[in-house]
Design a protein. Sequence first.
Lengths: 180, 251
Amino acid sequence: MHPTPSQTVGPFYGYALPFPGGGEIAPAGHPDAITVHGHVYDGAGAPIPDALLEFWQPGDGRAGRPGSLRRDPATGGFAGRDGVTFTGFGRIATDADGHWAIRTLPPSGAPYLSVCVFARGLLHHLFTRAYLDPDATDPLLAGLAPERRATLRTDREGPRTHRFDIRLQGPEETVFLDFR
Amino acid sequence: MTLPTQHDISQEIAQLVATDTATSGTAHHPDRGYAPYRSSLLRHPRQPLVAVGDPDAAELRGPVFGTTDVTELDADLTRGHTGEPLGERITVTGRVLDRGGRPVCGQLVEVWQANASGRYAHQRDQHPAPLDPHFTGAGRCLTDDQGRYAFTTIKPGAYPWRNHHNAWRPAHIHFSLFGTAFTQRLVTQMYFPGDPLFPYDPILQSVTSSAARACLVATYDHDLTVPEWSLGYRWDIVLDGPTATWTEEDH
Ligand SMILES: [Fe+3]
């Protein structure tokens, strides 16, 4: 069957897709929690204020858990995450400065966070990966030229803080992925 | 800066139309660098995508959602306010399938849309059409055991945007879908049959194959129309992308 074509997320998803705590993948106060943050930039180096990022990070069992965007059955409003379960899924919109931040746990089962990028102006989402361990290697990284490989590695800004900028276009364009 | 005219944009669209014989599987999706949609110019990669052939790739499995992630009211966009929204009440339903034609069950479907006047309940929407205090325009549901989804809403209006002079979007509902793998993720838009704005819209026309564009247009279905209540539209969705259970029969 022919796949349904992609269309841009557009500029007005803000009241539908983001949810409170969407970037707080790790429960608050978890001793292993790390912060990953960065900007999304366009081909002119300008920050993109209307991008939406999703993170997918299965655990050792390679499975996720429901409950990322729990609803309150009484009010229909957001109940939020349950504060305990690691669901592996995060969603965060960039702010007016093109910045985003998530709180999560170091990946297990795979050495990277899977990232999906949506934006106004982007007709079809893009996949990339954020490798947090500077020594991580795998066939994907091994097949890339060093300067391109560097776009998939986070910069460690502190013991528990990583920076990961995403450039949709330009000389330091992020490596984006195709799955077959 | 003067905006291009509709004539300029329509000429660019005409130059980029695919010949129908060129329609292969991957050509179904728009080219990310589609110049008539001006916002795409600086927001698409110029380097080719890098193929990942890893059968253990994390992306071959995907997020899981459950009944606590939605409530039963979420699929009815006409409720949850103090009164009834203005506009033409509609039901939109269909099935979510994978490329092998198998139903995608228990997965999250999210929708958002403008109100009947073509205005989004979003602060940055400056279209001078009225907001509706009884309509926000966001909903979600999980597909059932046959892959079916269903929403009750109102028909959205067309709205202007500033891609070019006199640019208007045909009426559409935005859809966000999850499959069983992150690689099946899809964000798209559903259009209504017979809309006269189709040929003028660079976002719809970014899908350059007419057969593929047809996949984005719902069908009016009188059997789904509810007497004295709502008009029915049917729209099926086929998710692309491999999964961990992808088999040889899919090609
Ligand atoms: Fe829209």
